[in-house]
Design a binder for this molecule. Structure first.
Ligand SMILES: *[C@@H]1O[C@H](CO)[C@@H](O)[C@H](O)[C@H]1NC(C)=O
Ligand SMILES: *[C@@H]1O[C@H](CO)[C@@H](O)[C@H](O)[C@H]1NC(C)=O
Ligand SMILES: *[C@@H]1O[C@H](CO)[C@@H](O)[C@H](O)[C@H]1NC(C)=O
Ligand SMILES: *[C@@H]1O[C@H](CO)[C@@H](O)[C@H](O)[C@H]1NC(C)=O
Length: 170
């Protein structure tokens, strides 16, 4: 079973919360559900399987990766384009390793998650064997649309970077 199939299966096994459950529900289960949406991201971006983004992000998601030198994007197609353009131009693959997370459920329909991330970029072709590593935080804002939680805003913070920047910047 592919990782993406596994994560989709896990997602489909998760209980669906109605708006009522959100208000009276178990905070622990709720934060697990919110976190699960964020945690799907590596399976989407690393495989890559950009179709997963439809269940992770709202259609008009605002992604601000300016801390890593990228232009902020609005909407899933623009975000996918910026990721795949860079990947194809420089010929690299990625692995995003998620660490500690802090979840804040502020209203029945609003939550935010901060996630520690180690993003590793692996060079191929002329840069086979070379890596570039970025130590980051994703600050995600999520909204509950009555059926599921989705990220509508992401801001990247970078703690430090190491390795060969040519792997991603050419
Ligand atoms: C919430 O879920 C946790 C973990 O499953 C459980 O230990 C706790 O008793 C639940 N709390 C309520 C109020 O249902
Ligand atoms: C949770 O989010 C709300 C709304 O953004 C904010 O006012 C509050 O300070 C946050 N709480 C924590 C513990 O970060
Ligand atoms: C809740 O989410 C909406 C986006 O759907 C946003 O406009 C609003 O500012 C958020 N409210 C809080 C308290 O974070
Ligand atoms: C990218 O790397 C792969 C694996 O080493 C190689 O087969 C391919 O030719 C490379 N593509 C380009 C455009 O350099």
């Amino acid at each position: 079973m592919k990782l993406t199939q596994l994560s989709l299966t896990l997602l489909s096994l998760m209980p669906t919360y109605g708006a009522c459950s959100i208000i009276v529900g178990n905070e622990t289960d709720l934060s697990i559900q919110v976190r699960s949406v964020v945690d799907l991201y590596p399976f989407g971006v690393d495989t890559p399987d950009y179709t997963l983004f439809d269940i992770i992000f709202t259609d008009d998601v605002f992604v601000d990766y300016s801390a890593s030198g990228a232009q902020p994007t609005r909407g899933i197609p623009a975000f996918v384009e910026s990721l795949s353009e860079s990947r194809t131009a420089q010929n690299y693959t990625t692995m995003h390793h998620f660490g500690s997370q802090s979840v804040n459920i502020s209203t029945a329909v609003n939550a935010s998650v901060d996630t520690y991330v180690i993003a590793t970029f692996f060079g191929h072709g002329a840069r086979e064997g070379q890596i570039y590593t970025s130590y980051q935080t994703f600050s995600d804002d999520l909204v509950f649309d009555g059926k599921q939680w989705k990220i509508y805003q992401r801001k990247l913070q970078v703690f430090g970077q190491a390795g060969n920047p040519d792997v991603i910047f050419g």
